[in-house]
Design a protein. Structure first.
Length: 707
């Protein structure tokens, strides 16, 4: 009988059938799912290589910790927040060619208040503003990057004239017409996590970009406030983007106070909401007269502020509200809050606690797909579609949370790839301090897999629009390429010494050091003194008396520190922190080279003791499996390889056979391999390599007796 059973196997051909998804939790032998994968997704429940990516832009100022992309009138505007401020890039709405970065100006001076009169060292403003100008308050009289800051000595209100006189500690230069509070000045900070949103302003008919640089990267419930910034989505006539502080400085009863929070900002059209510690949520007033609507009115009838939780509110998103629109969801660190507009005076807004028993991993870990919200909690996943529910995950939840570097939880971020119905959750794995892997949920097929710690998962933030065809993600790796050294020259005869942000070079280097280029005085990115400096201008002066024919004075955007001296080197550099156009082609396309992207997937165990290769029945025969032939079926570009991983027992170390290479034209792979437990590993690692698995056929038979 045994011989007949064995002989019968010679004519058996099986379709390789493995459950879709990558299962990391539990043992390998228990799983009918694919057990490992690198840069592999599933479409129609079949393994498929994830797409490639190409370099769009670089910035040298810092890792991007928040992004927004908005296509307008044929131009794709990309804003990225980093430790130094906001960088702006532009592309077309269908292709990734464009320009940038442009360093947006973040202006000092907030809450513009008209000045009635000036008598140095004092000025007069309307109404009682003594609370705005207490002793030691800081003010300035122009909105520039580095204005002159004055300190208030005292202020007094005259009830007869209904005016406030403010006396400063120093003399006022000129005759200013507007005064700004300057207590909140923007300063670089490595702890910034940026939140952005867009709001239309009827005044001037423009789109306002709102930005909140929360000092939250090291601590999700940090209580340090930042002022919300506001600027135009499009540049001014000089192609400059500038942002100033948002304030309550319009409407009938302005307080002129800056809008400062330690959480963030979002827009529930047409309202602006801010939020932060102690469950704080506030919104501006939107006037019933369309032309009077202003982002600066925070005291009108429909403006409101509440405290809805004991914990910090860290994120807000608009959601469908039906007749109670606009509506939004606000995530606190332990609660989910729903806000709806009722239109009924005096409160106008309704606040509901949807759940007080949730968690959230980071302020960037929520993503919306087709009206449903998904987010990563501190120990499980959640979904909201009218009510909160746990998002089931029996594939890799332990593999994720047991290896999460919780110290850097605020670096976790989520995004989506709509074409493949995917939600991506990026996270720092193991001892890594930046995101090195991603857990992926396919909302259509309801399956889980992961990026396998591929290079393409080393991303810090990103954005997906519905007009630009592919996602844009930012890299946290710093890369730079240095030119040959140029020598810093002494001050030419008759010329003034260079300023702290200038240097001379011999000859005409204005073509090498052009405005917008970056330079460095150190050619090692790992040096503690390495810094990239942006060129503002580079002017060549002809002087035929010099052997070089003249000299060039280069001006940089910031002071050179440590100071450079003649004889030292300066380098032109390219690179920095990369913005990638994801799902572009099949390769990793850099500035100067194109390289292959490695991708692989590994099947579950195939064995007679676990069932046939088709997983359609259990033979219950304790014999080795002898594989005679595999007939690959792939939509395939370039060569691939197959490796056989065999084990005697479930916990044994694998024995490796192969790799066996095959091309799109390979009809069969003949083998003489047998093991008690067998896994097949398929790999692609060539330029323009691609695959999508179809219906692979396996010819197998009973092998030797059990080991």
């Amino acid at each position: 009988m045994a011989q007949n059973a064995a002989a019968q196997q010679y004519s058996e051909i099986y379709t390789l059938s493995i459950v879709a998804g990558i299962k990391r939790d539990g043992t390998q032998f228990e799983s009918g799912d694919f057990t490992e994968g690198v840069w592999c997704r599933f479409q129609r429940n079949r393994p498929k290589k994830i797409g490639g990516y190409r370099t769009l832009f670089h910035n040298f100022r810092g890792v991007t910790r928040g992004m927004i992309v908005s296509p307008q009138n044929g131009v794709n505007y990309i804003f990225g927040g980093n430790s130094e401020g906001i960088d702006v890039f532009t592309t077309g709405t269908t292709i990734g060619l464009g320009s940038g970065p442009y360093e947006a100006l973040i202006l000092t001076g907030y809450s513009p208040i008209p000045i009635l009169s000036v008598a140095s060292p004092s000025f007069v403003v309307d109404t009682d503003l003594t609370a705005i100008y207490p002793a030691l308050a800081k003010v300035c009289f122009d909105q520039t990057v580095n204005p002159t800051i004055y300190t208030v000595l005292s202020s007094s209100y005259n009830s007869g004239t209904q005016e406030t006189t403010v006396i400063l500690t120093g003399a006022i230069t000129g005759i200013p017409t507007t005064v700004y509070l300057a207590n909140y000045q923007f300063a670089p900070n490595d702890a910034y996590v940026w939140q952005f949103d867009i709001q239309y302003s009827p005044a001037g008919g423009k789109l306002n970009l709102l930005a909140c640089p929360g000092v939250n990267l090291a601590n999700i419930d940090s209580g340090r406030p930042s002022q919300v910034l506001i600027g135009s989505l499009t540049p001014d006539a000089n192609d400059v983007w500038s942002f100033a502080g948002l304030s309550d400085s319009a409407g009938q009863n302005p307080t002129y106070r800056p809008i400062t929070v330690d959480g963030g900002v979002c827009v529930l059209y047409p309202y602006i909401f801010v939020y932060g510690s102690n469950g704080f949520i506030a919104n501006n007033h939107v006037d019933s007269v369309y032309a009077n609507q202003s982002p600066y009115d925070w005291n009108g009838a429909t403006a409101n502020q509440v405290n809805m939780a004991a914990s910090k509110v860290i994120l807000g998103k608009p959601t469908r509200g039906g007749t109670n629109a606009p509506s939004g969801l606000f995530w606190a660190t332990d609660s989910l809050i729903r806000v709806s507009f009722t239109g009924a005076a005096p409160l106008y807004w309704r606040y509901d606690i949807v759940s007080s028993q949730i968690s959230i991993m980071s302020s960037s870990s929520v993503v919306e797909m087709d009206g449903t919200f998904y987010w990563m909690g501190v120990d499980r996943f959640y979904v909201y579609n009218g009510q909160v529910a746990v998002l089931p995950n029996d594939k890799n939840v332990n593999w994720l949370f047991d290896n999460m570097n919780y110290q850097y939880r605020q670096k976790v971020w989520a995004t989506k790839v709509p074409r493949y119905n995917e939600i991506w959750f990026f996270y720092p794995r193991g001892t890594n301090t930046e995101c090195t892997d991603a857990i992926i949920y396919n909302v259509k097929d309801k399956i889980w897999y992961d990026a396998g710690s591929a290079d393409g998962a080393q991303r810090s933030s990103g954005w997906t629009t519905e007009i630009f065809p592919t996602p844009i993600w930012a890299d946290w790796n710093f890369t730079a390429q240095f030119s040959q050294p140029f020598i810093v020259a002494s001050t030419p005869s008759g010329e003034p010494g260079p300023a702290a942000n200038q240097f001379y070079t011999d000859g005409d280097t204005s073509q090498q050091f052009s405005p917008g280029d970056y330079l460095s005085f150190i050619n090692n990115v790992n040096s503690v003194n390495f810094k990239a400096y942006r060129v503002v201008s580079s002017v060549f002066t002809l002087d035929l008396s010099l052997p070089s024919g003249g000299y060039t004075l280069t001006t940089l955007a910031s002071v050179i520190n440590p100071a450079v001296i003649p004889g030292e080197y300066v380098y032109y550099i390219v690179g920095g922190y990369t913005l990638w156009q994801q799902e572009f082609g099949l390769n990793s396309v850099g500035d100067t080279a194109e390289s292959a992207i490695y991708s692989s997937f590994t099947t579950a165990d195939i064995s007679w003791i676990g069932g046939t290769p088709a997983q359609d029945s259990n033979t219950s025969v304790n014999r080795r499996m002898h594989i005679r032939r595999i007939e690959p079926d792939f939509v395939q570009d370039g060569p691939m390889s197959m490796t056989i991983l065999g084990r005697k027992f479930a916990s044994a170390e694998p024995e490796v056979s192969g790799p066996f290479e095959f091309t799109p034209d390979t009809g069969k792979i003949d083998l003489r391999v047998e093991h008690r437990l067998i896994k097949l590993k398929f790999e692609s690692n060539c330029i323009n390599g691609n695959y999508e698995m179809g219906r692979n056929m396996i010819t197998a038979e009973f092998g030797d007796e059990r080991p």
